[in-house]
Design a binder for this molecule. Structure first.
Ligand code: CDP
Ligand code: CDP
Length: 221
């Protein structure tokens, strides 16, 4: 029997399309490191706002980004990003960050600052004995890991996604973020050629995960 391959599973999609929910289940099922890159963009946005650095002030942004130090803390199977040794607070899921994050994420310098760190999660996963990683975001299959073992793109009707987020009791500007994320010049949200497009509008989370699992299992056997 040959050694099973190190798995890199990329999951992209719009807000509330089911990326985090499916990634967490897959991480448990296949012993993968779970990497939520949206939380990285949220954390960096919160940190820049805390320092009073506007996304429109490029020199200040470059200066601040150059000084940030990223590291990783493992929480269960999830990679938590620390900035200068500090984890993000719960406020990164709140309305204030929802309203700002896509503006910061559209700046090439911000994306560049996170690029090497995101790719470096492969080393974290290997060092911690995981069989691979599942990374979710907007540009994982297109920019971060275009050669991933499997690249999924989750679609769902915007009204259905808004309903899902509301059911979680969270206020979210889904449509505005999707519009900003899809229209930016650098690493826009789109389904890259060759990725597996799953429309989950009429599927349960279990059905989505079963589809993904069957394809992952196929890569292992
Ligand atoms: O959970 P939800 O899908 O609503 O958002 P998220 O994954 O936490 O991502 C928050 C924001 O970060 C997105 O709206 C994007 O602006 C940005 N993001 C990105 O640009 N690229 C990624 N790989 C991940 C997130
Ligand atoms: O990470 P992302 O913003 O893409 O979505 P999420 O945080 O996983 O949230 C999606 C919400 O919709 C969760 O409450 C899921 O249980 C629910 N859901 C889903 O993810 N997929 C379905 N096919 C149906 C519901």
């Amino acid at each position: 029997m040959g050694q099973s391959p190190f798995l890199i599973i990329a999951i992209d999609g719009g807000a509330a399309s089911g990326k985090s929910s499916s990634s967490r289940i897959l991480a448990d099922r296949f012993n993968l490191l779970h990497v939520d890159t949206g939380s990285f963009y949220r954390h960096i946005t919160a940190e820049l706002l805390r320092r009073g650095v506007l996304h429109t002030d490029l020199p200040a942004l470059q200066h601040a980004l150059g000084a940030l130090r990223f590291s990783t803390r493992l929480e269960g199977r999830s990679a938590r990003m620390l900035i200068d040794g500090q984890p993000a607070g719960d406020e990164i899921r709140g309305e204030h960050i929802n309203a700002h994050v896509s503006h910061y994420a559209a700046i090439p310098e911000v994306r560049h600052a996170l690029l090497g760190y995101q790719r470096g999660q492969v080393d974290v996963a290997r060092a911690q004995g995981f069989r691979g990683l599942v990374m979710e975001g907007r540009d994982i299959g297109s920019v971060i890991f275009p050669d991933a073992t499997l690249r999924f793109f989750l679609h769902a009707d915007p009204a259905e996604r808004a309903k899902r987020r509301a059911a979680e009791g969270r206020q979210d500007s889904i449509a505005t973020r999707d519009q900003l994320d899809s229209s930016r010049k650098t690493a826009p949200l789109h389904c890259p050629p060759g990725a597996i497009d799953i429309d989950s509008t009429h599927l349960t989370l279990d059905q989505v995960v079963e589809k993904m699992s069957a394809l992952i299992q196929g890569k292992l056997s």
